[in-house]
Design a protein around this ligand. Structure first.
Ligand code: COA
Ligand code: AMP
Length: 635
């Protein structure tokens, strides 16, 4: 089939408001928009101004009313615990109505923030939808973050309540969440009034009288009293959720998602981008703590009446590298969305794809990859093994859905390895030089998008319009700066190669090296430090910290290195995967004192580099090389 992409993209370009007004017809509104786009509202305008709606209604109630009551909405599949449970749309609605009533009983209402610190269990999705139902704003915190990160998010969001589980389960260890939550609340200045704890059998959380409430007991009480939360009408422009993501400092950015534009954009993507029809099974093997989990485990598949899989496991080791194929064949998954790192892990364990042959994958149509650049090696391996289109697509927490992709539903465009293909309707893509001029095709520059961003993208940062403007909108007047660098080819295919800031991508997880430096620098024996992302075969990048110790520290430097590693794990969390700390004599700098992180990264990755003209003392690069060689990092 010839792709309709160009026709559809041009129809958006010629009439953006008409395009999104048409897409908005797929959503049930309490009140339609007064203006499809209001350029005068908010930081750069608001979509669907004046409209009223409820996201949970669109995800659940309307499907139950329209004949999907008995269709599976959510399949919880947990190879790590050996549990599985399917929720039909009617059952999921019942759970959400009940939990919504529990939250209301605890005083949570429209506009209140609720932190969800949850492992990959169905209750995470239930809690998200319950918040959406009652007009509360959820903020999910990934389970791999430490107490300190949780505290920062409680403070910034001023969360009225926290919902958690007694534990998450990682291979070989049970991660008890409750002590982390208790510590976070102790650290935070803002104290949530109530915590709801879902007790799992692998660990029992101890409860604080008066503040903590048992999920099961509360739900039972609500049921006994016949309490069910109704949908609370919100403005389309009201926040649905806040998702904190790494910024360039230790203070994460609270990315806001609104209700109306989010529904319209996500609904549009399921058919047009992912090529998935209502009733089919879609699987995003991510975590609800990340944006992919928000958009494609919970909201998009439910908005369109699909069945979504919520998978608690790893691509390898739970129990083996065949688990993805087992889930696909067992649940009839038509499209899988995951990070390239998961495929690198599978390829390492099962290079010949022998485990794939154990399963009937005839239902499976497309593999989507995102979260980091899909390296051509991994992509080719996946194509050869699975014999389906493998689609790389590029997006960010801020956008909530793909900026560039190969729209399967509109007809696949030729795949070019290394490129996430072309701009989706709603996004204009330009590659700019430092002065904001477009560079010629094929030349690298900063990727920016003319404002306004499309529906579904963040309207602002939580209670911080100024930081939103400063971080994204001031570098290039009238544009959103993606902080990704890359180039565009003659066919308009974009190549996203690197970040222009200090963000690194570790196993598809977005992390700030600046945030890690803040933690490392706080060690009393560290005079100064630099954390950089270095290439890693499995995780794409991993952080490496270089430490200059204070004069007079006469301990074995390896002791300080070990302490720093422990500190990052304690302060940021295991997800930082910070396992390399190297004591060095000096850091290479420019004459104006800027640390030459880019050059250090080239040395660690074994790449050619030009001696920076402004370097203060070139001999330091030799010292860095020696340390890296001694540790087997550079050859
Ligand atoms: N709760 C607590 N700890 C967690 C956690 C969670 N939810 N998720 C990860 N961690 C821990 C891990 O146990 C690990 O701890 P360790 O240092 O004690 O081993 C650490 O954080 C780093 O985790 P990760 O980077 O995920 O590495 P891994 O070795 O456990 O697994 C992969 C490697 C490739 C299998 C895994 O990263 C993966 O599946 N990635 C897919 C990424 C993804 O879905 N990204 C979302 C965008 S689509
Ligand atoms: P996150 O906000 O966690 O989704 O991370 C967003 C960042 O991940 C982007 O700014 C990119 O740097 C990177 N990224 C995500 N998807 C891709 C992709 N398909 N290709 C290249 N980089 C990607």
């Amino acid at each position: 089939m010839a792709s309709r992409y160009h026709e559809v993209y041009n129809s958006w370009k010629n009439d953006p408001e008409g395009f999104w007004a048409e897409a908005a017809k797929a959503i049930d509104w309490v009140k339609p928009a007064d203006k499809i786009f209001d350029p005068d509202a908010g930081v750069y305008g608001h979509w669907f101004a004046g409209a009223e709606c409820n996201t949970c209604y669109n995800c659940l109630d309307r499907h139950v009313e329209d004949g999907r009551a008995d269709q599976a909405a959510l399949i919880y599949d947990s190879p790590i615990t050996g549990n599985k449970k399917t929720y039909t749309y009617a059952e999921l609605l019942d759970e959400v109505q009940t939990f919504g009533a529990v939250l209301q009983d605890l005083g949570v209402g429209k506009g209140d923030r609720v932190i969800l610190y949850m492992p990959m269990i169905a209750q995470a999705a239930i809690a998200m939808l319950a918040c959406a139902r009652i007009g509360a704003i959820h903020s999910v915190v990934f389970g791999g973050f430490a107490a300190n990160e949780l505290a920062t998010r409680i403070d910034d969001s001023e969360a009225k309540a926290v919902v958690t589980a007694s534990c998450g389960i990682e291979p070989g260890r049970v991660v008890e969440y409750k002590p982390l939550l208790d510590e976070a609340i102790e650290l935070s200045n803002y104290k949530p009034a109530a915590c709801v704890v879902y007790q799992r059998e692998q660990a029992k959380a101890s409860m604080i009288e008066g503040r903590d409430h048992d999920w099961a007991a509360c739900a039972e009480a609500a049921r006994a009293a016949g309490k069910q939360a109704d949908c609370v009408t919100v403005a389309a422009t009201d926040p649905l959720y806040i998702l904190y993501t790494s910024g360039t400092t230790g203070q994460p950015k609270g990315v806001v998602r609104d209700n109306g534009g989010h529904m319209v954009a996500l609904h549009w993507t399921m058919k047009n981008l992912y090529g998935v029809d209502p009733g089919e099974v879609f699987w995003a093997a991510s975590d609800v703590g990340w944006v992919v989990g928000h958009s494609y485990i919970v909201y998009a598949p439910l908005l369109t009446g699909n069945t979504s899989i919520l998978f608690e496991g790893k691509p390898v080791g739970t129990p083996d590298a065949g688990v993805f194929w087992r889930v696909i064949s067992e649940h009839n998954v038509v499209a899988l969305f995951t990070a390239p790192t998961a495929f690198r892990a599978i390829k390492k364990e099962d290079p010949n794809g022998d485990l794939i042959r154990n399963y009937d994958l005839s239902c499976f149509r497309t593999l989507f990859l995102a979260g980091e650049r899909a390296d051509p090696d991994t992509l080719e391996w996946a194509e050869a093994q699975l014999k389906v289109p493998v689609i790389d697509h590029w997006w960010q927490t801020e956008t909530g859905w793909a900026i560039a992709a190969n729209p399967v539903g509109l007809g696949v465009l030729p795949v070019k390895h290394g490129s996430p293909t072309v701009a989706m309707p709603g996004y204009g893509l330009e590659v700019l030089d430092e002065s904001g001029k477009e560079v010629p095709r094929g030349e690298t520059g900063s990727i920016a998008m003319p404002l306004p961003l499309p529906p579904g993208c963040f309207p602002t940062l939580w209670q911080n319009d100024e930081r939103c403007r400063e971080s994204y909108l001031t570098e290039y007047e009238g544009y959103y700066n993606t902080a990704d660098a890359g180039f565009m080819d003659e066919d308009g295919y974009i190549y996203v190669m690197a970040r222009t800031d200090d963000i690194i991508n570790v196993a598809g997880h977005r992390l700030s090296t600046g945030g890690m430096e803040e933690v490392v620098a706080a060690h009393p024996d560290v005079a100064e430090c630099a954390v950089i992302g270095i290439a890693d075969k499995l995780k794409g990048q991993i952080p490496a910290g270089f430490l200059v110790l204070n004069a007079g520290v006469n301990r074995d430097p390896s002791e300080v290195e070990g302490e720093v590693i422990k500190l990052v794990r304690e302060k940021i969390g295991p997800v930082a995967a910070f396992k390399i700390a190297l004591a060095v004599q000096r850091l290479p700098k420019t004459r104006s004192g800027k640390i030459l992180r880019g050059t250090m990264r080239c040395i660690a990755d074994g790449q050619e580099y030009k001696m920076p003209a402004t370097i203060d003392d070139p001999a330091i690069l030799g010292e860095i090389t020696d340390v890296l060689k001694q540790r087997g990092i550079a050859s």
